[in-house]
Design a protein. Sequence first.
Length: 355
Amino acid sequence: MKKLVVLGAGYGGMRVLHRLLPNQLPSDIEIVLVDRAPYHSLKTEFYALAAGTISDHHVRVTFPEHERLSVKYGEVSKVEMDEKVVHFEDGSTLSFDDLIIGLGCEDKYHDIPGAEEYTYSIQTINKSRKAYQALNDLPANKVVAIVGGGLSGVEIASELRESRPDLTIKLFDRGNIILSSFPERLSKYVQNWFETHGVEVVNGSNITRVEENTLYNHDEPVHCDVIVWTAGIQPNKVVRELDVEKDGQGRVVLTKQHNIPGHENIYVVGDCASLPHAPSAQLAEGQAEQIVQVLLKRWNGEAPPEEFPAIKLKGVLGSLGRKHGFGLVNERPLTGRVARLLKSGILWMYKYHNG
């Protein structure tokens, strides 16, 4: 039996499993899935978990079951590519014939002193739980700062406004307007929503230092009872330590077949892969579809496709509480209730299909 090891039950890893199981997995291949938790977590919904508008079980999806799929729980510490061995924090190891690295991303703190120590994160389900505890334990009229005006920062700020209308919420963003990567119409819509709903948006901010209950914007102290960090991501530490070619964001440069050059049996999927688009669940799933095609060809002794068509992304959707939203669908801007309903429908379909 040959062994395919999948590191991480994220969107890419889960798509690989669902495409191979139950009927496409060759009879001489077994799969070992590696993850910290005994379920797939809907990372795109962690903002709502942290804000307290959904419960923990809403962001969990069970793993598929198959006689040749096993699960190893643990924290990966190192991958030895030439030796074909994965090392774990507890000292155990796992050998592989083929490997898919889908370990996801971590917060990037941009070397800002105190940022990692004194802020909360929504990058993992455990960290989101801790953020929920801190945010929802706050007494009335306390101040919450959210650093980063991208999609995650916007969603948690709006969701927290709905969950805890008694709190003062400040959203700090470096740009002149939030969601600067979106069309101006959408950015203005979201910024106006915040102004209407009493969320203070601090544009043109520059966080230079963070201390307990204090962040420094342009070196000026701002008191905050809880600080949530959503101001950037970077690949998982295990991937950052791999001795391979990476792009300017630290993501692994791959061949057109999504494997590491010189290592035909090692693939990288999702947030750690250098791809033409910004990391997203859609992108990871599209890449996983192509990796499965490569694996099936190679397992059958055939040459994989020389190249693939560009991964097409349908768009991106964000929520502003339970009733409003925004997004781009097929490059068409959407705002209001339609965008929010569309996002809810896509989430329901994902859980129904994968659960």
